[in-house]
Ligand binder design. Sequence first.
Ligand code: ZN
Length: 341
Amino acid sequence: MLTCRIHAKEDMRVEPIADPDIGPGQVLIRLGAGGICGSDIHYYFEGRNGSFVIREPLVPGHEVSGVIAKVGAGVTRVKAGDKVAVSPSHACGQCEYCREGREQLCRNMRFLGSASVFPHVQGMFAEYFVLGERQCYPVSGEVSLGELAFAEPLAVALHAVNRVGALIGKSVLVTGGGTIGCLTVIAARLGGATSVTVSDVLDRPLDTARAAGADRVLRADRDAELLAIPQFDVAFEASGSLAALKSCVASTKRGGTIVQVGTLPHEPLPFVVNEIMVKELDFKGAFRWGIEFDWAVQYLSSGRVDVRPLLSGRFPLQDAVHAFELAKDKSRSTKVQLVAA
Ligand code: ZN
């Protein structure tokens, strides 16, 4: 079987490896669709994602759906042939954070496709991969494997909104019209926002944001004066850009809330703390997700959330390099997925 591995910056290979064995409680999954995430792109093009640096070959990929190929002894949650969304989160379930229901803060987290620990936890851009049954969320019905692979990024967006709570009656800004930005638009609408505005520096992400349900879109470069007016109750920074974070601080009303979802560059950042202080802004981080993965699977499998406007390309695993190049170019793509050939 083939697996995709990043050996170093700009050195990604699709290589044959031995078929994996499965033990008790484990399942063998055939890749259905795997979305290329911003973090995968950082790993490939920079050899690092924020402070997580590649120190040994890393199989990327954590936004994955699949079909159960084989089950090990004692497995009850799924059976061969089941269509599943795959959770990439291995929290310990024992630490103080897990016990209070915030598994994304787990002290012993092993998140698939991440160089956050060493040895790295390998991801799922492979024809077949083995996981414990509790990582699998079986679904029935019409939802496609491509749509189901959005469960992970949708969970990120649901978690970002859930960090604020109810948005009923609130005006919302989302900076960045990429996958997470567009899914945050969807999540903010589910949360009750009266209006959702999206800013970006490219037209294509703004068109996608409109398709995802944004009420208003702004070009951050051309509409800078509009983004300097305090007008939003809540801002979600989903671009990973310091300039966008500054727009959030400027355009959020006094007493408002900013949620940081994007990963900013690794360099030391000058920060606008005084504005946060005098406006009494609440500045919150949103990292991955907890229970929201279950919710994402439900929203997708019921058809209540339609992610199809976000899916802009699909490549066989062997063409991973081309897929990553397209995924990096936000003037041409939103979400690009890999599929087993
Ligand atoms: Zn834990």
